[in-house]
Design a protein around this ligand. Structure first.
Ligand SMILES: NC(=O)c1ccc[n+]([C@@H]2O[C@H](COP(=O)([O-])OP(=O)(O)OC[C@H]3O[C@@H](n4cnc5c(N)ncnc54)[C@H](OP(=O)(O)O)[C@@H]3O)[C@@H](O)[C@H]2O)c1
Length: 429
């Protein structure tokens, strides 16, 4: 006999949870038909139960303790939309008693995802987290099911809508960084404190989650070399355009014979790349598999309803298993540390832009720094500036990343260099 209802414990009642409750109400019939029973929220945990809520919570027990919700006997499925590390104990409580978990918590997953997967496997249940990377794009489901046995060589992704909006606006409207950030804030694409977005940390968290699924390796996000878009100037975007590139903040996972190259940084990418047309607040995940070749997943990476739909998709999948009595083998997760290729050893092309004194001999000094670090130049432009300055823009050939960084350090130390050089990697395989 199937249960009369799948009883849901919900942690959080903020932006995503409110969207989730709305979809639960609006899609009630579809959900019941898909699952074979209705999904009914029995308990909700919030920080402040006295706060007025936008969602209708009549008939629902509202409390402040997430662990109590996870442990409650009238909860068959735990949906965690509170965020942060503090909810770990609640997730552990649910998983240890065999209750499946759905979460959007990229931060916790990138820190302790492997531990949570192990807890789920040990009790023959599941933890699903489609909404945690790529928001509404069903890329984790695809990796978990249809692509489970594929071997990937490459994953390159635009995973942060805030920075993608800023870069797109700078490129399209000729705005500078501060103006574009301001516009992102006004449209609700940037939080009041966008540090995690701008520094690339948010992208690194999501990359670590995707890589666990696509490459079956466990990589804490803090070990991924990460650079953000702070300091990107309008002139860099103009120069990118002149050379046939666009600028994107990328999460990159590239399989080499001697290890996995993982990194997050802004990059010039050729305009012909599919990812070049992922603009504004949209996200894109490009994958290259041995059997499947190229694939692009594209869509909204954040926002109440796209994220809530990803959560609902996971919730319905988990609920179907509850109703069908599906149990999983108590298998250890397959993710391993995996061999890494250090960023120092990665070979890549670079864009460099320098402001130097406009006098004879300066170019030779710059060339000396590059040559001394075995970096050769593929293209160069020099433009006369004002006040006796010249702007030099260069694209290098492939070189070891450490060698280019050494050369840039050397150039920055030349007395004729007026401003710290700009250096951006080119991603053009
Ligand atoms: N927003 C997006 O577009 C988006 C996209 C992808 C993933 N996510 C992820 O989804 C999760 C939720 O994001 P959100 O934007 O919906 O956050 P939010 O609007 O700040 O809502 C968080 C909710 O969780 C509750 N909460 C926080 N800590 C709690 C605790 N320790 N115990 C009990 N309740 C707690 C808060 O209670 P009070 O209301 O009482 O303060 C609030 O209701 C996060 O993990 C986030 O990274 C969000």
């Amino acid at each position: 006999m199937p249960p009369p209802a799948v009883r849901v414990g919900l942690l959080g009642c903020g932006v995503v949870a409110t969207g989730f409750l709305r979809l639960l109400r609006e899609r009630e019939r579809l959900i019941r038909e898909s699952v074979g029973a209705p999904l009914i929220v029995t308990r909700v945990a919030v920080r402040d139960p006295a706060k007025r809520r936008g969602a209708d919570l009549s008939g629902v027990a509202l409390e402040a303790d997430p662990v109590a919700v996870a442990a409650a006997t009238d909860v068959d499925l735990l949906i965690e939309l509170a965020g942060g590390e503090a909810v770990f104990d609640a997730l552990r409580t649910a998983l240890e008693r065999g209750v499946p978990v759905v979460t959007a918590n990229k931060h916790l997953l990138s820190l302790r995802g492997e531990e949570l997967e192990r807890l789920a496997a040990a009790s023959g249940t599941t933890i699903r987290y489609e909404a945690s990377a790529g928001g509404g794009i069903p890329v984790l489901q695809a990796l978990e099911h249809g692509l489970r046995t594929e071997r990937f060589q490459l994953l390159v992704a635009i995973l942060n809508g805030t920075t993608n909006y800023i870069l797109s606006t700078m490129e399209r409207d000729g705005r500078d960084f501060a103006e574009a950030l301001d516009a992102a804030r006004k449209l609700g694409f940037a939080e009041s404190d966008p540090t995690l977005d701008l520094t690339g940390a948010d992208t690194a968290e999501k990359l670590s989650i995707l890589v666990r699924r696509a490459f079956r390796v466990s990589v804490p996000h803090a070990s991924i070399p990460t650079e953000g878009i702070i300091g990107m100037e309008q002139e860099d975007l103009r120069q990118a355009d002149r050379f046939g590139y666009t600028v994107k903040l990328l999460g990159i996972a590239l399989r080499h014979s001697d290890g996995l190259d993982l990194r997050v940084h802004p990059a010039f990418i050729p305009k012909r790349y599919l990812l070049a047309s992922v603009r504004d607040e949209f996200n894109g995940v490009y994958l290259r598999g041995e059997a499947t070749g190229s694939m692009l997943f594209y869509g909204k990476g954040a926002g109440a309803l796209p994220t809530a739909q990803a959560v609902l998709g996971d919730a319905v999948a988990a609920a179907r298993e509850i109703v069908g009595g599906v149990r999983y083998p108590r298998a250890a997760p397959e993710a391993e540390p995996g061999k890494r290729l250090p960023l120092d050893e990665v070979r890549t092309k670079y864009y460099l832009r320098l402001i130097v004194e406009d006098r004879p001999g300066v170019l030779a000094q710059v060339a000396g720094c590059l040559g001394g670090s075995r970096v050769s130049v593929a293209q160069m432009f020099q433009a006369e500036g004002i006040r006796g300055e010249a702007s030099i823009t260069m694209l290098t050939h492939d070189a070891r990343d450490r060698d280019v960084r050494d050369a840039v350090k050397g150039i920055a130390g030349l007395p004729a260099v007026r401003k710290a050089p700009r250096a951006v990697r080119i991603f053009d395989l």
